[in-house]
Design a protein around this ligand. Structure first.
Ligand SMILES: [Zn+2]
Length: 388
């Protein structure tokens, strides 16, 4: 597209990954017929159910279903689908050992037996879980929470295109679970041509607020996009986090920020997952994406800048969204401002910095962290939650 063409079409968000937003939603009428019908069915784990929803809404465009053997191998080994499209992490559906799958259509149900959607069975294959752990996660250590999920999955996977109910979710979190089509419409309505996405699975403190504001100085809008699918034990519950995000929004002009929830499982795959997070935000209509230190990492499996380096190594054309790479931020008592080592020359002793462990201990003791570290509104919510 030329510049003059861009002017003619007006504000233009990035194209979805692969060029077109996938829509595999099942309408309510068909779903109710299926729910009581005779189709053989497969139970999904909470993580698989979240993946199914992401597939159906187009969050995982261009994927339209769970991956087959050839795709699994290609994604695992080369980070690309067999047609060459960038895709960093296999999205698979486990088939329990005692289940036999007939050809044709399979109903997919949640942990409570509710109908989630259907899968057109294309193939059943032996999933090379060891290769997936080693090549995608960079480790076969079963104490890594993402690797544990891969190694703990059934040895067989069932592949094929899906359709799924994308029912409104309940509660304050569910109300914010917008689809990519919905966020794109919201951006267009607000006239945002450039939008930066911020992924998080944690409460937002001053440091994250600073990164978002740095980015927001350069683009039209911010999508604060916390992940609310299955995370690991010890992460703050989504309901609490959502209230804390709402409190932080009090420090942004309302017309410049959209808070939405991303229903997807966290994989803790570090660099590969940073690429996935960027592509998903591209599908949600973002043009820019914030990548912090040790993005999507856990423990000390990945180097602090490995995710940023992997994103930087991909061509702009292939990625289709601009990664904004940030280091950790802190308040500096001598700069009298939030800063990073990119902008502040002073030693650590001048910085207000707390480790995650220190913050959790303070909150559990009912103590407010310093205002340079955390907004009081946010800290109070977290204290309340840690006591209940
Ligand atoms: Zn300083």
């Amino acid at each position: 597209m030329t510049i003059s063409e861009q002017r003619l079409t007006g504000p233009r968000h990035g194209l979805p990954h692969g060029g077109q937003l996938v829509d595999r939603r099942l309408d309510a009428e068909e779903a109710s017929a299926l729910a009581s019908g005779p189709l053989p069915w497969l139970p999904l784990t909470a993580a698989e159910a979240a993946d199914l929803r992401a597939l159906a809404t187009g969050a995982y465009s261009p994927l339209s279903g769970f991956l087959g053997a050839k795709e699994h191998q290609s994604v695992t080994e080369s980070m690309r689908l067999p047609d060459g499209t960038l895709w960093p992490i296999p999205v698979c559906l486990g088939l329990p050992d005692d289940l036999r799958v007939p050809s044709g259509r399979l109903a997919l149900r949640g942990e409570a037996g509710e109908l989630l959607g259907t899968l057109e069975v294309a193939e059943v294959f032996e999933r090379d879980r060891a290769a997936e752990a080693e090549l995608v996660y960079g480790t076969s250590d079963p104490t890594h929470p993402g690797v544990a999920r891969v190694l703990g999955a059934p040895s067989r996977a069932v592949a094929g295109p899906v359709q799924a109910l994308v029912a409104p979710l309940e509660g304050p979190v569910g109300e914010r679970a917008l689809t990519p089509a919905e966020t794109r419409a919201a951006f267009a309505e607000r006239g945002w041509a450039t939008v930066v996405g911020f992924q998080t699975r944690n409460p937002v403190h001053r440091a994250h607020e600073y990164l978002m504001k740095c980015a927001l100085e350069m683009v039209d809008g911010l999508l604060l996009h916390p992940l609310v699918g299955p995370t690991k034990e010890g992460d703050v519950p989504a309901e609490v986090r959502m209230r804390a995000y709402e409190a932080v929004l009090g420090y942004f002009p309302p017309s410049r920020v959209l808070l939405a929830a991303l229903v997807a499982p966290m994989r803790y795959a570090g660099p590969r997952e940073a690429v996935l997070h960027a592509l998903v935000r591209k599908n949600y209509g973002c043009t820019h994406f914030i990548v912090g230190r040790d993005h999507a990492g856990v423990g000390s499996y990945y180097g602090p800048f490995e995710a940023q380096q992997l994103l930087a190594a991909l061509s702009a054309e292939e990625l289709g969204i601009v990664p904004l790479r940030f280091d950790n931020a802190f308040y500096c008592r001598r700069c009298l401002a939030m800063a990073t080592t990119k902008t502040c020359p002073h030693p650590d002793t001048d910085h207000v910095a707390l480790s995650g462990t220190q913050v959790r201990a303070m909150l559990a003791a009912g103590q407010l962290p310093p205002p340079e570290f955390s907004r009081a509104e946010v800290a109070e919510l977290l204290i309340e939650a840690s006591r209940s």
